[in-house]
Ligand binder design. Structure first.
Ligand SMILES: *[C@@H]1O[C@H](CO)[C@@H](O)[C@H](O)[C@H]1NC(C)=O
Ligand SMILES: *[C@@H]1O[C@H](CO)[C@@H](O)[C@H](O)[C@H]1NC(C)=O
Ligand SMILES: *[C@@H]1O[C@H](CO)[C@@H](O)[C@H](O)[C@H]1NC(C)=O
Ligand SMILES: *[C@@H]1O[C@H](CO)[C@@H](O)[C@H](O)[C@H]1NC(C)=O
Ligand SMILES: *[C@@H]1O[C@H](CO)[C@@H](O)[C@H](O)[C@H]1NC(C)=O
Ligand SMILES: *[C@@H]1O[C@H](CO)[C@@H](O)[C@H](O)[C@H]1NC(C)=O
Length: 531
């Protein structure tokens, strides 16, 4: 009887709890215009999980899910590589290690962003989809450089959520007036050797302003042109793209303070670092499983990610790796994109494609040699694996530098590493257990959160839907005048008062002095006369 009552109470309570956090099945549009695999590996979980939880999800994307849930719709954009779009052959991506952060923006980021936005808007499936009479309760866009697509939030009169697959975004901080923290927080794509010293901070300030001005006054105009060209019936009916991003309900960013630099954020900027990584229940292919299980000295895993082909390494760098690997007692597993690798030593195994998450999760992995892409780095952190990073472009340099500072890895400069430095670095990490120990500590704190990053993501998305855009979470300072926001008018007023008071007293002193001095000279002249 007692038991029965407790059960009833429990049932009622959990029903109430469910109701409190309940979000009715919503119609959600998720736009992923950029085709890079690393971005999709991260973003795909959002739509799939929302669908799993009963929402009606539509994703505009260049990638295809093979067996999606029935309430998961895909609007297909033709899959193209960035090189096909911005003209020319696929370059050897290792050459990008030479580009400055400014050149990287002008040669890759801006033209790539415009091309992918246009590819998406011009796609016949997307055009067809936009003609239909759909309604959406939420529009989620990747925050990269495809702002024209924010217009869809306005078209469907739905709150906008933006997601960055890298961390913090300076442009967003500036426009929403999130504190910039330039002394500790780096512009996301800036290569910097000594972020904390005077020149580093100066460079960070310079680059942040440089990027913002180009983006705001040149790039956004080009994005506006794409809106006019492909969404002509919305002309005059939507706010500017700048206003739309400023008014976004929520920004989700791929970082977490347990590894990344602790930073102050507005309540509607939420960290979901490592949302794509979880305990995988997939098993490894038999041959790989056997190889990893049986390598009693452990395994070194090397991959330069989905964009960079290690088969394109210059001959002398490739030789350096092979010579160092040959003398290791560990087994080496290398993502190598061609059939043959000449001079392959006995302890080296290659695969054109390797199931990275499952490999890094294997307890015998001792070291991950990476280009420092955030997605792979987070898989290493999640599994407590030390890294050696050879960064090539974009945020990779900062990611590896951070790993080195935290003590879970070492950075090798692509331009000047050789067999000797490579050997020293790899052996240092394999033989000095401080890196593994630190990696295990970071792993523990990385996974120590009130909710998993995926649950956090879904919570905040549903929160925005439940609260109809959560207008109250947005920073009121974003609509203020710059001198009001910086309090310059108030400081100027205080300065004015101080100056006025000082001037008053100065005048007073002069007057008093004039009187006293005047009296004295009067007395003196009188005395002189008497004499
Ligand atoms: C789900 O979204 C699609 C648009 O992709 C729409 O055609 C369909 O009617 C929606 N279903 C429900 C139940 O709202
Ligand atoms: C837009 O798509 C059409 C085919 O649907 C194609 O002929 C045209 O070249 C495309 N325009 C751009 C600018 O990509
Ligand atoms: C693995 O997990 C997925 C989703 O979490 C589930 O659908 C699948 O059945 C699981 N597979 C195995 C072999 O447990
Ligand atoms: C790498 O360094 C180790 C000592 O740490 C040495 O035994 C080995 O011969 C070196 N390998 C190469 C290729 O220089
Ligand atoms: C191991 O590495 C740590 C961190 O870099 C360093 O402080 C320590 O001296 C190293 N130990 C040895 C024996 O080299
Ligand atoms: C800002 O977004 C909300 C929905 O979140 C919308 O109601 C409002 O009209 C938008 N304001 C501007 C200026 O775009």
């Amino acid at each position: 009887m007692l038991f029965h009552n407790i059960n009833v109470v429990a049932a009622v309570l959990s029903a109430l709890l469910l109701l409190a956090g309940y979000t009715e099945s919503a119609n959600i549009l998720h736009v992923i215009p950029f085709s890079a695999m690393s971005h999709y590996i991260f973003l795909r979980h959002i739509g799939l999980e929302l669908a799993q939880r009963g929402h009606n999800v539509t994703v505009i994307t260049t990638h295809t899910e093979k067996n999606p849930p029935s309430n998961y719709y895909q609007v297909q954009v033709q899959k193209k590589q960035i090189w096909e779009l911005i003209g020319g052959e696929r370059p050897n991506i290792f050459d990008m290690a030479e580009l400055s952060s400014e050149e990287f923006h002008h040669k890759v980021v801006w033209p790539g962003g415009l091309a992918f936005t246009e590819l998406t808007l011009n796609s016949s499936d997307v055009q067809e989809f936009l003609k239909k009479d759909n309604t959406f309760d939420l529009v989620i866009c990747e925050q990269f450089v495809q702002e024209a697509l924010y217009t869809l939030a306005s078209k469907y009169n739905a709150p906008l959520v933006i997601i960055s697959t890298f961390g913090n975004c300076m442009r967003h901080n500036i426009m929403t007036r999130n504190p910039l923290q330039l002394a500790t927080v780096l512009a996301e794509y800036l290569k910097l050797n000594n972020p904390g010293n005077f020149w580093g901070r100066l460079r960070n300030l310079y680059f942040t302003v440089y990027e913002y001005l180009w983006w705001r006054y040149w790039y956004l105009e080009k994005q506006e042109d794409l809106v006019k060209k492909y969404l002509p019936d919305l002309i005059g009916k939507t706010p500017s793209l700048y206003e739309m991003q400023k008014n976004a309900s929520l920004m989700l960013i791929n970082s977490h303070f347990s590894f990344d630099t602790p930073t102050a954020y507005l309540p509607n900027i939420v960290e979901i670092g490592g949302m794509h990584v979880r305990k995988s229940n997939k098993s490894l292919p038999d041959d790989l499983q056997k190889l990893l299980d049986e390598s009693k000295h452990g395994v070194v895993y090397m991959s330069f990610g989905s964009n960079i082909r290690s088969a394109e390494l210059p001959e002398h760098k490739k030789k350096a790796f092979l010579n160092v690997f040959k003398e290791l007692k560990q087994t080496v597993l290398w993502k190598w994109e061609e059939d043959v690798l000449e001079g392959k030593p006995k302890n080296l195994f290659t695969g054109k494609w390797l199931p990275q998450q499952e490999i890094i999760a294997h307890p015998n992995i001792k070291l991950f040699i990476t280009h420092g892409g955030l997605i792979g780095m987070q898989e290493a952190i999640y599994n407590g694996v030390p890294i050696v990073g050879v960064p090539i472009f974009s945020d990779q340099y900062n990611n590896v530098l951070l790993a080195e500072e935290v003590g879970v890895g070492k950075l090798l400069h692509y331009n000047d590493f050789n067999e000797d430095t490579l050997n020293k670095t790899i052996n240092e990490i394999l033989n000095n257990d401080s890196y593994l120990k630190t990696a295990r500590e970071v792993q523990k704190r990385w996974n120590d959160r009130p909710m998993s990053p995926l649950d956090t993501t879904i919570f905040w998305l549903e929160y925005v839907i439940r609260n109809k855009g959560a207008e109250y979470m947005k920073n009121p300072a974003r609509n203020m005048n710059w001198f009001e926001y910086t309090m310059l008018d108030v400081y100027a007023f205080i300065l004015l008062i101080i100056v006025a008071v000082l001037a008053f007293f100065l005048k007073l002193i002069l007057i008093v002095r004039a009187i006293v001095y005047g009296n004295q000279t009067n007395k003196m002249t009188k005395r002189k006369k008497r004499l």
